[in-house]
Design a binder for this molecule. Sequence first.
Ligand SMILES: [Zn+2]
Ligand SMILES: [Zn+2]
Length: 344
Amino acid sequence: MKAMMLTGIRQMEMGDIPEPDLINPTDVKIRMTAVGICGSDIHYYTQGQIGSQKVQYPFCVGHEGAGVVIEVGKSVNRVRPGDLIAIDPAMPCGECDQCLAGRHHTCRKLRFLGCPGQAEGCLMEYIVMPEKCCFPLTGSLTADHGSISEPLAIGVYAVRKSGGVRNMNIGIFGYGPIGMSVMLAAKAQSVHSISVTDIIDERLSIAKKEGSVLNCNPLKEDIVEKIRQVEPLGLDLAFECCGKQEAFDQAIELLKPGGRLVVVGIPEFDRWSMNVEVTRRREISLQFIRRQVNCVEDTIEMMKNGSVRIDNMITHRFPFERTGEAFDLVADYRDGVMKAMIDF
Ligand SMILES: [Zn+2]
Ligand SMILES: [Zn+2]
């Protein structure tokens, strides 16, 4: 079968590898239908690593997948051949202290699709996953909903970990697919107002369509000043969604006393720094986010019942053979790209 393999920095090739077989009675074999390209895939493509996680070439990335079940193990009962499903890329061990505490996302022996040293990704024709990772897409839900459920679940989780956004004035610093996912999840929870910042104007116009009260570009204006004009008392909550020190600083600067900063972005550097005076005097709380846990089902339900609409998320589509072009487009932030989708 065909698999899209990373072969070096900014290099990828279509390879030919054996089709995977069912091994455990709980395994499900899936024919991939759609895979979304994630910022983390791009980190591996352009840097060959995220922090200490380094790619050994050749390696297949991709973890935002949807597909059709083609074969199931003896004891599988939550999906059947022919079902269209969303795939949760996280395969926790189920036995360690973290799993037993319900923190499957920080499992000590976690295997995550497309994560170096853990598991190959899903930019290939067929994959095999445990049935726990398979979520049927029913009614009007499509493969796009399935694949978007992965980043969207991170937004749902970040909002959950923020302590709740009802009636709050929030800021989203960095409006890529994760920033947008935070916004969609916050809107579904009756947030009061959302200010958005990003350095790409096309992304800011998507934020506007989604109903933000203020959109500003830090390359063109003093965003702290601008957000202060509409939120003179400061923000209740800020979400850092781009992994940039400047965004982190602006977010803290804009929080009101008792406010909370939720850090979702993945930086390319090793250490955050922060203003001691401001964080201490205003008693700012910090919450870091590691992907998500227990949010996939709710996320799918929110798309199904219409409380979240993903219509403005996917801006580009490429056939599987042209995955490399899609990666270059996303890596260079060209053409106002939000989410690029690979179709099989
Ligand atoms: Zn992702
Ligand atoms: Zn575990």
